[in-house]
Design a binder for this molecule. Structure first.
Ligand SMILES: Nc1nc2c(c(=O)[nH]1)N[C@H]1C(S)=C(S)[C@@H](COP(=O)(O)OP(=O)(O)OC[C@H]3O[C@@H](n4cnc5c(=O)[nH]c(N)nc54)[C@H](O)[C@@H]3O)O[C@H]1N2
Ligand SMILES: Nc1nc2c(c(=O)[nH]1)N[C@H]1C(S)=C(S)[C@@H](COP(=O)(O)OP(=O)(O)OC[C@H]3O[C@@H](n4cnc5c(=O)[nH]c(N)nc54)[C@H](O)[C@@H]3O)O[C@H]1N2
Ligand code: SF4
Ligand SMILES: [Mo]
Length: 736
C-alpha cells in the first residue's frame, strides 16, 4: 500500500484553510488541518474534514446520466451520448429562437473553482446569451448594488480592517459559524477577540444571541429593522458632531440631504421598531464616533432582507462620515498579489444592471441575474423565453425563493443539463446529469478571491487525487459542449473562439498564470526576480505565501470611481427606498412573527447533508422559537406546527430557544431533501425558502430574512393542548 500526504486547501467556504490530505492507493482517505500553513496556521472546521466523505460518497454522481422517466428517473449513458444530445439541442434552439433561448445558472460551489468561475461566464458568452443566472441574489446582490452606487465599482470590494480596529459594529453576520464572508481570513476569531484585548469593543447586532454575539456585546434587534437602527446611529453621530467634516467635504456629495433626513430619526423614534433602547444606540454611536479607528461590517443578515440595499448603504455611511474609509482599522480595499478585480472591472464582469430580466426587469448583480426570475422567464412566452439551460452546481429549488414553483418551469424546458456532484432537488428535473470533480480532483488557486484577504496571501494547489469515476471538470464539459456546437470553445471573445477553431486555445491554467505573473506579486515573466508564477508557488511555497501581515493602504481617490470622484450620498434611489421603508407597516396582522435563517455549523447551504459525520442519524431540522412565544402558541419542544407566509406553507418541528428575540423565529435553510442523497433525504425537515416570495426590486435580492409568518400548532390531542395551555398560563403569570 502506498500512503502519501499532500498539502492542499479547502474550498468549501471563504477562509480557504490549508489542509493535509492523506491519499492511500490513489484514494482520498483523510483530511486534517495543516498547522504549518502560513495563512490558516492550523485552523479548520468539521465541514472541511467531512469533505473526504463527500468525495467518497456512494451516492455521488460518477457517470453521465440520461433522464428516462419522471423527475429523478435516470439511467447511465456515455459522455459522448450526453454531450452530443445537449449540443444538438442547444444548437437547434439557438438557430430556431436565437441565443436568448438559452440560459446558464451557476451556484455557489463552482464559484470556488477558479476555472469553473471563469468558464461559466465564458460559456454564456460563447452561446451568445445575456441570461447568466446565479445565487448572488440569495447572498450579496444588495451589497454589490450599494457599492456600485456609492463607489462606481464593485469588483474590488472593501473589507473591514479588524486586525487594526478599535471598534467593530457587526450587523447580520455570524463568523463563529460562517467563518466570515466577502473577506477571507481563517484567523478571524483571533482578530475579533484581539479588538477587545486591545481595549476596544465589538457589538453584534442580531435577532438571535448567536455564537458570535455570546462572545461580544450582543445588541438584539427585531428582524428587518436595521435601517431604522442605522438612521438613529447616524442621527447621534451627526447631531453630536462626531463625524469627520474634512473627509465628508472632500469626498462626498449630498451629505447635507442626509444630515436633514437623519434629524427625523432620534433613537427614541425608532426604538419601538428595532427593539433597541435609545441609550444603547447613543452608546454605540458615541463609541464609534469617538474612536480613533472603527468599522461597520454587515453580511447576509442585512443583505437578504426587504431593504437590503438601503441597509448596506447606511452601513457604509457610518464608515464614510466617520472617515473610517481607506484608512487603518476602517473600511479598506485590500492589496492583492493578483489583480483579478482589475480584470473583472475592465471586462465588465462585475456589472450591476447591465442586463435586466425580460419579464420582471430585475438587474444583474456582479454579473449574475437573480434566481427568483427563472421560473417566470422559462414560463412566459415571447422572444427571449428560456428554453434550454445549463446549470452548474446549484440547487435553486431549495436555496432560492419559491422552489416549489420553479420545478414546474424546469420540467417545461426543452433541454436542461446540469453539472453536479449529486442529483439534487433541482437537477432531478434535468434531461442530462453530468458528473463534476470535487475540489480535490482538480488544481486550483484562489484567483477569484485574491482581492479580499484580510492578510494578503496566495497559493496554488495541484489535484490531490485523479477524478473519481467518469467525473470531469466543469470547464472541460462547457468547452466540449461549445466545440460540439461548432462554436470553437467556451471562450469570452469571438477572436478567441476563432483561434480555438484553429487549435490555439487559452486554457484555465494559462489565464491563471498570466494573472499571477502580471499581478503585484508576479514575476512579470522574469522582469521581477522576487515575483511569483504558478510554477514557483508550486515548487517554492506549496503552502502559500502571506505577503503582508498588515494591509498596505492605497489612496482614497483610487477607490472612488464615480465620474466626479465623490461618493454620491443622495442618490435618488436611496431616497426612494427610504420613502418605501417609512411607508412599510411594522406588523402584518395575519403574519405576526418574522422568520430569519440560521446557518448551522454542520450544514453548508444544501449540499453537505449526506455526510454521516455532519448528519448523524439523530440530527433534526428545527424551527427555533423563543420559549415565551412558544408558550403563548401552546407549543412545546419538538411539537409540529404549520408555518405560513404569503408565499407558501410548510410543516416544521419547533425547538424552544431562549437565544431568539421574541417575535422572531429562525429556520435553517437547505433542508427538506428529495434528491439522490439517501442520508440527506432521510433526515427530513422542510425547505424554508418555499416561504420566501419577495424580491427587493432595486438589487434583485431575495428577501430571506425578516419574512412575515404565522405559526399554528397542528391539530393535537386534547391532553397535549391542555398541557400547552398550562404552560402558556404559567408564562403569562411569570411575566406579570
Ligand atoms: N457552517 C456554514 N458556514 C457557512 C455557510 C453555511 O451554509 N454553513 N455558508 C457560507 C456562505 S455561502 C455564506 S454567503 C456565508 C454567510 O456568512 P454570514 O452572513 O456571516 O452568515 P449567517 O450565519 O447567515 O449570518 C447572518 C446573521 O444575520 C442574522 N440576521 C438575520 N436576519 C437579520 C436581520 O434582520 N438583522 C440583523 N441585524 N441580523 C439578522 C442571523 O441571525 C445570522 O446570525 O457563510 C458561509 N459559511
Ligand atoms: N433561506 C436562505 N436561503 C439561502 C441562504 C440563507 O442564508 N437563507 N443562503 C444563500 C447563499 S449565501 C448561498 S451562497 C446559496 C447557495 O445556493 P446554491 O449554490 O444553489 O446551493 P448549494 O447547496 O451551495 O450547492 C449547489 C450544488 O452544488 C453542488 N456542488 C458542490 N460542489 C460542487 C463542485 O465542485 N462542482 C459542481 N459542479 N457542483 C458542486 C452540490 O452538490 C449542490 O447540488 O444559498 C442561499 N440560500
Ligand atoms: S472553515 Fe471553511 S475553508 Fe476552513 S475547513 Fe471549514 S469549510 Fe473549509
Ligand atoms: Mo453565500
Amino acid at each position: 500500500m502506498t500512503t502519501v500526504e499532500k498539502s492542499t486547501y479547502c474550498r468549501i467556504c471563504e477562509p480557504q484553510c490549508g489542509l493535509i490530505a492523506t491519499v492511500e492507493n490513489g484514494k482520498l482517505v483523510k483530511l486534517r488541518a495543516d498547522k504549518d500553513d502560513p495563512h490558516s496556521k492550523g485552523f479548520f472546521c468539521t465541514k472541511g474534514v467531512a469533505m473526504a466523505e463527500v468525495v467518497n460518497d456512494p451516492d455521488r454522481l460518477l457517470t453521465p446520466m440520461k433522464r428516462v422517466g419522471g423527475p429523478g428517473e435516470f439511467e447511465p449513458c456515455s459522455w459522448d451520448e450526453a454531450l452530443d444530445a445537449i449540443a444538438a439541442s442547444f444548437q437547434r434552439l439557438r438557430s430556431a429562437h436565437g441565443p436568448t433561448s438559452l440560459a446558464v445558472h451557476e451556484g455557489n460551489p463552482p464559484y470556488f473553482s477558479y476555472a469553473a468561475a471563469f468558464w461559466g461566464k465564458n460559456f454564456a458568452a460563447a452561446l451568445g446569451t445575456p441570461w447568466f443566472y446565479g445565487v448572488n441574489s440569495e447572498d450579496g446582490a444588495s451589497r454589490v448594488a450599494a457599492f456600485k452606487m456609492l463607489y462606481g465599482h464593485c469588483a474590488h470590494m472593501p473589507i473591514p480592517d479588524i486586525p487594526r480596529t478599535d471598534v467593530l459594529l457587526m450587523i447580520g453576520a455570524n463568523p463563529w459559524v460562517s467563518k466570515m464572508s466577502f473577506v477571507h481570513d481563517p484567523r478571524v476569531r483571533e482578530h475579533m477577540t484581539g479588538v477587545v484585548e486591545r481595549g476596544g469593543r465589538v457589538f453584534v447586532v442580531d435577532p438571535r444571541e448567536t455564537q458570535t454575539a455570546k462572545v461580544f456585546e450582543h445588541v438584539p434587534i427585531r428582524a428587518g429593522q436595521d435601517a431604522f437602527f442605522l438612521l438613529s446611529l447616524l442621527h447621534v453621530i451627526l447631531g453630536e458632531d462626531l463625524y469627520d467634516k474634512e473627509f465628508v467635504a472632500r469626498w462626498t456629495t449630498g451629505f447635507e440631504v442626509w444630515r436633514q433626513i437623519v434629524k427625523r430619526f432620534p433613537p427614541e423614534a425608532t426604538s419601538e421598531r428595532t427593539g433597541i433602547a435609545p441609550e444603547v444606540v447613543r452608546e454605540i454611536a458615541r463609541t464609534i464616533g469617538n474612536a480613533r479607528r472603527a468599522v461597520v461590517y454587515g453580511r447576509t443578515g442585512t443583505c437578504t432582507q426587504e431593504f437590503g440595499t438601503l441597509t448596506n448603504v447606511l452601513q457604509d455611511f457610518v464608515n464614510i462620515v466617520t472617515g473610517n474609509f481607506q484608512r487603518e482599522g476602517g473600511w479598506l480595499w485590500a492589496w492583492s498579489p493578483v489583480e483579478t478585480a482589475y480584470l473583472a472591472e475592465k471586462l465588465n464582469f462585475a456589472s450591476f444592471g447591465k442586463v435586466r430580466t425580460r419579464v420582471d426587469n430585475l438587474p444583474d448583480s456582479y454579473g449574475f441575474l437573480p434566481s427568483s426570475a427563472l421560473a417566470t422567464e422559462i414560463l412566459t412566452p415571447g422572444e427571449g423565453q428560456i428554453r434550454g439551460m445549463m446549470m452548474i452546481g446549484s440547487n435553486p429549488v431549495v436555496t432560492g425563493p419559491q422552489g416549489q414553483k420553479l420545478t414546474e418551469a424546469l420540467e417545461s424546458l426543452e433541454m436542461f443539463a446540469a453539472i453536479d456532484l449529486y442529483m439534487n432537488e433541482t437537477n432531478k428535473h434535468a434531461h442530462y446529469l453530468l458528473p463534476a470533480t470535487t475540489m480535490y480532483e482538480r488544481e486550483d488557486a484562489p484567483i477569484q478571491f485574491a482581492n479580499r484577504y484580510m492578510r494578503p496571501s496566495f497559493r496554488v494547489t495541484d489535484k490531490v487525487i485523479e477524478p473519481m469515476g467518469q467525473a470531469r471538470e466543469e470547464w472541460e464539459v462547457l468547452d466540449d459542449v461549445c466545440k460540439r456546437m461548432g462554436l470553437g470553445g467556451a471562450h469570452m471573445f469571438g477572436i478567441e473562439r476563432w483561434f480555438a477553431k484553429r487549435g490555439i486555445e487559452m486554457k484555465p491554467r494559462h489565464m491563471a498564470d498570466l494573472l499571477i505573473r502580471t499581478g503585484k506579486g508576479g514575476d512579470l515573466f522574469g522582469l521581477r526576480r522576487s515575483g511569483w508564477s504558478w510554477k514557483k508557488y508550486a515548487e517554492k511555497a506549496p503552502r502559500g505565501v502571506v505577503f503582508h501581515e498588515e494591509m498596505p493602504i492605497g489612496s482614497v481617490r483610487s477607490v472612488i470611481k464615480t465620474k466626479d470622484r465623490k461618493i454620491p450620498m443622495a442618490d435618488p434611489r436611496f431616497i426612494a427606498e427610504l420613502e418605501r421603508l417609512e411607508a412599510t407597516p411594522v406588523e402584518i396582522a395575519e403574519y405576526p412573527l418574522r422568520m430569519i435563517g440560521l446557518r448551522e455549523m454542520n450544514s453548508h447551504n444544501s449540499w453537505m447533508h449526506n455526510s454521516p459525520r455532519l448528519m448523524p442519524d439523530k440530527r433534526r431540522h428545527h424551527l427555533h422559537i423563543n420559549p415565551e412565544d412558544a408558550a403563548v402558541l401552546g407549543l412545546a419542544e419538538d411539537d409540529l406546527a404549520n408555518l405560513a407566509s404569503e408565499g407558501g406553507q410548510i410543516e416544521v418541528q419547533v425547538t424552544l430557544n431562549p437565544e431568539m428575540i421574541r417575535g422572531t423565529v429562525a429556520l435553517p435553510h437547505g433542508w427538506g431533501h428529495a434528491g439522490g442523497w439517501q442520508r440527506a433525504n432521510a433526515a427530513g425537515g422542510s425547505t424554508s425558502n418555499f416561504l420566501a416570495s419577495r424580491v427587493e426590486a432595486l438589487s434583485g435580492i431575495s428577501v430571506l430574512n425578516g419574512i412575515p409568518v404565522r405559526l399554528d400548532p397542528v391539530a393535537r390531542s386534547a391532553d397535549v393542548v391542555a398541557a400547552a395551555e398550562d404552560v402558556a398560563a404559567d408564562a403569562v403569570a411569570q411575566r406579570t
